[in-house]
Design a protein around this ligand. Structure first.
Ligand code: ADP
Length: 161
């Protein structure tokens, strides 16, 4: 079975992430979305909130699993018996960061390949941080995120007031 891990903060999931998942779910037997606790980023949603919005938004894809994890990605990928790590690329800035991470993982787990998927042109500007910022300032982000995430954002903003 060809298993791939798609790690990320997903705070929250956007249509850009969905695009990457729709493309890669055809290439692998199973994709494990690993929702990572990133210590360098302040999260708006808890790991469980992110997980439940992802589950709701990926119902149309039948080979997706969602897990939360913290720790070393290489160890997690090995434990899951995955043959690939999936990452999305939007800009040159993404590329520099991603290349370093892929090279580091190549040292730690040489048997695993990092697969880069280029963002669809209409999603190149879409980021979780941009979506959060616009939504918190009252912008309509409904065209940038799945409905479950839009509802989650609306609820979260209501609670914060
Ligand atoms: P991280 O904190 O690991 O960067 P993100 O949730 O921001 O977590 O992103 C997870 C992965 O999805 C990264 O590889 C990122 O480049 C990719 N990604 C994020 N937004 C998009 C998008 N709009 N189109 C394509 N890939 C994206």
């Amino acid at each position: 079975m060809r298993i791939a891990v798609y790690p990320g903060s997903f705070d929250p999931l956007t249509n850009g992430h969905i695009d990457i998942l729709e493309k890669t779910s055809k290439l692998f037997d199973k994709i494990i979305i690993a929702v990572v606790h990133n210590v360098t980023k302040t999260a708006l949603f808890s790991l469980d909130e992110r997980k439940s919005m992802i589950l709701e938004s990926t119902r149309h894809l039948n080979n997706i699993e969602v897990e939360c994890f913290s720790g070393l990605l290489a160890a997690y990928v090995k434990e899951k018996n995955a043959c690939a790590i999936i990452r999305g690329l939007r800009t040159v800035t993404d590329f520099e960061y991603e290349m370093h991470m892929a090279l580091m993982n190549k040292v730690l787990i040489p048997e695993v390949e990092t697969i880069f998927i280029i963002a669809t042109h209409s999603n190149i500007f879409v980021s979780s941080s941009g979506v959060k910022e616009a939504a918190l300032l009252g912008g309509d982000v409904s065209s940038l995120v799945p409905p479950a995430v839009f509802n989650g954002l609306t609820e979260k903003i209501k609670q914060m007031k």
